[in-house]
Ligand binder design. Structure first.
Ligand code: ATR
Length: 277
């Protein structure tokens, strides 16, 4: 009997995860036979759950909130982008049995912005709101696009300054508090705070978004997030949420595991039409 390769996403909470659906759609589209489930794993059970998953023959895992740091610590080997972001969202068994840790979030964001939405990042002024794990995960891939500058603004100013410091040798990056944003303008504002999840907004001055500027919330929901609504009120050329990034990071993980790159556009369109229904 041929055994179906097993994959899963671990997180806490995990009930509303779209990842099983996305990977099933990728599998159907590419003719791959695999199983992908969602498992609720609290942080204190992470190591045991991952060990048993791989011991039972599991091929790969996605890890989401609050487990990305633990997955980073667990991995035997890490890609450079995972090493830089200190977070891992994809674990994959290697031929020698070692577990490779990667982080596909930043690449997922960049692909969604540049390919799906035709937004140029090179030479642009980018503001990142928040200095937590989500912000750290996107810094490397954003800087590879050579923006004119990245400013990280955070409620706790020291965290923004520390994060900027960590990427200082990779481009023009600085950190500040929200109060320091007066009289500044940005072409792209990325919301990487967890404020969206409670429908809150970081305090932003008026006119901070340049003409034809773009807003992008790394979070997503069935309804537009508070930040997406803010962007629309600021007359953003586009005010987007993170559904495209979610599908793109999944496609990148699928490629790592299966060596096949799925087409993301039909999957994004399907998920979008379902939330409009
Ligand atoms: P994640 O892994 O999702 O990035 P995190 O590491 O806990 O989660 O970081 C959450 C980020 O959202 C932080 O930058 C946090 O600001 P502080 O560092 O000052 O705590 C930010 N954040 C959360 N709630 C916020 C709010 N209501 N307004 C502004 N920033 C908020």
């Amino acid at each position: 009997m041929i055994k179906t390769d097993r994959y899963a996403v671990f997180g806490h909470p995990i009930k509303h995860s779209k990842s099983p659906r996305i990977h099933q759609l990728f599998a159907e589209q590419t003719g791959q036979s695999l199983e992908y489930t969602a498992q609720d794993v609290p942080a204190e059970q992470f190591n045991t759950a991952v060990q048993s998953f791989f011991a039972a023959g599991g091929k790969g895992l996605n890890c989401t909130v609050p487990l990305k740091g633990l997955a980073w610590a667990f991995a035997d080997r890490k890609t450079e982008r995972a090493q830089l972001s200190q977070a891992v969202n994809t674990l994959a068994v290697q031929a020698d049995g070692a577990i490779l840790g990667d982080n596909t979030d930043g690449q997922g964001l960049v692909t969604d912005l540049t390919i799906n939405h035709a937004i140029t990042l090179t030479g642009r002024r980018i503001l990142i709101l928040g200095a937590g794990g989500a912000s750290r995960g996107i810094m490397g891939p954003l800087l590879e696009q050579v923006p004119r500058a990245i400013v990280i603004a955070n409620r706790t100013v020291d965290k923004a300054i520390d994060l900027a410091q960590a990427f200082q040798n990779k481009g023009a990056v600085s950190g500040c508090g929200f109060d320091d944003l007066q009289n500044r303008q940005f072409d792209l504002i990325l919301n990487a705070t967890s404020a969206s999840l409670s429908d809150q907004l970081p305090p932003l001055p008026d006119a901070i978004l340049a003409e034809n500027g773009v807003c992008y919330d790394l979070a997503y929901g069935n309804e537009p997030t508070a930040f997406v609504r803010w962007g629309l009120r600021q007359n953003a050329a586009k005010s987007l949420d993170g559904l495209g990034m979610l599908v793109e990071q999944a496609a990148e993980a699928f490629f790592i595991w299966r060596g096949v790159r799925p087409e993301t556009r039909p999957v994004i369109e399907l998920l979008n039409s379902e939330r409009r229904a």
